[in-house]
Ligand binder design. Structure first.
Ligand code: ZN
Ligand code: ZN
Length: 363
């Protein structure tokens, strides 16, 4: 059994859970090493079994070796295999990934559980384990960040006025792959002019023109791990309004970075960023949360944001969490600015992984 499975088993026993069915592919990869698309993992006090279909017989055997799980191959609906094993067991409390498991799985499972067995939610227990990165993961994230930043430099060198947003996005994706990424970690955002005020703009076929702000939000996926960076550029000399907006957001981002260290709550870091934007009269222009965890997925636990009634529990930052810090200010009809780094939380502060300059770059 690997360290990750050992830790999870210890948590399960604390929660008095004697079996857990893991169905999310990122959690399966994290716990077993399996990178395929179809698999389930059943953990019980007695054994850990990984189920997949015949396409993955060789791959599953190879990838899960160090996890030390039993591999079972089956045809038909994959859920039938763990259900069969569960039916023969004497488990009392079975935990499922209630935040992501398909509802149809729940209805199929209920009649087949051992008599008196109770179904409970894992409530993101594995996601919380994943938030704290081990050495291998940090290495993969560093490699991913490096690729992202190098691809950014190469792509903007190839920028020509009137290039389409979609062409520049394609150039970015091409460079990331050329530098070792398996692909972008999410759809690359290239948004120019007024469109930069849309926090989640998709690259359009609009030409990038002189006198416009240009927002690039990009990340590589490398060795399975994501990086995430947003930088601002300006085509030609920046106007006063654009420079002012950029300075305010940069100041806010630096204040948030300053506030990060192990033991601090996420919403306090979010507040540090908001406070600065408020001083610039931009608090209402910051319409999303400050950041997010990242790793095997681009958006992971924890969310770095305001405390709200639907998320009452305070998230406390811990050493070796990998998170993003990305305040933004969006002015409809003019444009928006976001500045985002990928960082590691350390005992006494923060290590900023993203090496790219945060200045408003003139193209
Ligand atoms: Zn981003
Ligand atoms: Zn992000």
């Amino acid at each position: 059994m690997n360290q990750r499975l050992l830790r999870l088993h210890a948590l399960l026993s604390e929660l008095e859970i004697d079996a857990a069915l893991i169905t999310s592919s990122a959690n399966i990869r994290y716990l077993t090493g399996f990178t395929g698309s179809n698999g389930m993992l059943l953990l019980t006090v007695k054994s850990d079994t990984f189920y997949t279909d015949p396409r993955y017989t060789t791959q599953a055997a190879q990838e899960t070796v160090s996890a030390g799980v039993k591999v079972k191959i089956g045809k038909g609906h994959l859920l039938n295999l763990p259900l069969e094993d569960l039916g023969k067991s004497r488990i009392k409390r079975l935990a499922v990934e209630n935040q992501t498991i398909p509802f149809s799985y729940i209805t199929a499972m209920q009649p087949k559980l051992p008599l008196g067995a109770e179904l409970v939610g894992l409530n993101g227990t594995v996601d919380q384990l994943r938030a704290i990165k081990d050495d291998d993961e940090m290495q993969a994230i560093r490699a991913s960040v490096k690729t992202c930043s190098a691809a950014f430099e190469r792509a903007i060198k190839r920028f020509r006025p009137h290039m389409l947003e979609s062409e520049l996005a394609l150039e970015i994706d091409y460079q990331m792959r050329k530098l070792g990424a398996s692909g972008p970690a999410f759809e690359t955002i290239v948004a120019s002019g007024e469109r930069s005020a849309l926090p989640h703009a998709r690259p359009s076929r609009q030409p990038i023109r002189e006198g416009q702000l240009l927002l690039i939000d990009m990340g590589a996926s490398q060795e399975g791990y994501a990086s995430d960076m947003t930088r601002m550029l300006h085509v030609g000399e920046a106007s006063r309004q654009a420079s002012k907006l950029h300075r305010a957001v940069l100041e806010s981002q630096l204040a948030a970075l300053e506030a990060i260290k192990a033991g601090v709550t996420a919403h306090k870091v979010d507040q540090a960023a908001r406070k600065v934007l408020k001083q610039h009269g931009l608090e209402k222009a910051f319409v999303h949360s400050l950041g997010h965890g990242l790793g095997l997925e681009i958006h992971e636990y924890p969310r770095i944001g305001k405390r709200s009634s639907d998320r009452p529990a305070a998230v406390v930052l811990e050493e070796n969490m990998a998170i993003t810090v990305e305040p933004g200010a969006y002015v409809p009809g003019f444009g928006g600015v976001r500045i985002e780094d990928t960082v590691l939380v350390t005992k006494g502060g923060v290590e900023i992984l993203t090496p790219t300059s945060k200045e408003l770059r003139v193209l």
